[in-house]
Design a protein around this ligand. Structure first.
Ligand code: JAH
Length: 258
């Protein structure tokens, strides 16, 4: 996969040298280039922002440097036009499903906004030439899109063939089954007065699987009732429903009686 990232803070992307993403780059699974937006300005001060039309606080990123860099990176095509990803609190929610979709793209281009954001015409122009997806990581505001790009890339790169090595670790743990995962433990069996649950040391794989299922359901009900409510009707069996009925955290709609 080829990835281009445009930012006014290229150093912010330094973590892409590290750990498993750094290794994927060395192994040629991943080709990442970080570009400084200011290289596409022409004034002495290399200005990337201006005041918002209509008034309001802060500054907006000017469209001209963005137009030039998008043209340059689209024209630069050994293969396909890139899919443009723009992190913004106004985007569609990022998810494991979207990560899977992006992992299937040959080429991604990330545009990192700063200040209040990027002039809307940049997205309109880009959308006339490539697929554009504005993505939100959640309902909060960062200083800019750089850290959001790191998050999206972590989620995407670990799905690329040959990156994780261990196919079992690729079970998309906390979101594939639509439930949160059960808690994890390792040695020692006793630590600072806390014990690993007996069932996990029992060697009884049937009991262990049932316990993990219960923990996953209880956690999901307590922390993410939205996930529980979104499960398909056949996702919960009778034991699951009895367990949840005892918590007062039953999913709405599901008739828990009898
Ligand atoms: C902030 C440009 N949902 C996470 C997120 C993503 C991007 C931004 N904020 C939060 C952001 C300022 C300018 C993007």
């Amino acid at each position: 996969m080829r990835v281009d990232i445009v930012t006014i803070f290229p150093e912010y992307l330094a973590p892409l040298e590290l750990s498993l993403i750094g290794r994927a780059r060395q192994s040629d699974v991943l080709d990442v280039t970080v570009h400084d937006l200011r290289a596409w300005t022409h004034d002495a001060h290399r200005t990337v922002d201006d005041s918002p039309y209509g008034g309001g606080p802060g500054m907006v990123m000017r469209p001209e440097p963005w137009g030039e860099v998008l043209d340059a990176l689209r024209a630069d095509r050994e293969a396909d036009p890139p899919r443009l990803i723009v992190p913004t609190p106004a985007g569609v929610p990022f998810s494991q499903r979207l990560a899977r979709e992006l992992a299937g793209e040959p080429r991604l281009l990330f545009a990192c906004g700063r200040y209040e954001g990027i002039d809307e015409r940049v997205v309109a122009y880009a959308a006339s030439r490539m697929t554009v997806t504005e993505v939100s990581l959640g309902d909060y505001v960062l200083f800019g899109g750089e850290v959001a790009v790191l998050v999206v890339l972590e989620a995407v790169v670990r799905l690329l063939p040959g990156v994780l090595g261990n196919a079992d670790s690729l079970v998309e743990e906390s979101h594939a089954g639509g439930l949160l995962e059960a808690p994890l433990y390792t040695k020692p069996a006793q630590w600072r007065g806390y014990e690993v649950p007996e069932v996990l040391r029992s060697g009884d794989h049937g009991r262990i699987a049932r316990w993990r299922r219960e923990q996953a359901l209880l956690r999901t009900a307590a922390r993410r009732p939205d996930l529980l409510a979104a499960l398909p009707a056949d996702a919960l069996d009778e034991d699951d429903r009895v367990l949840l009925a005892g918590t007062g955290l039953s999913p709405p709609g599901g008739d828990m009686a009898e």
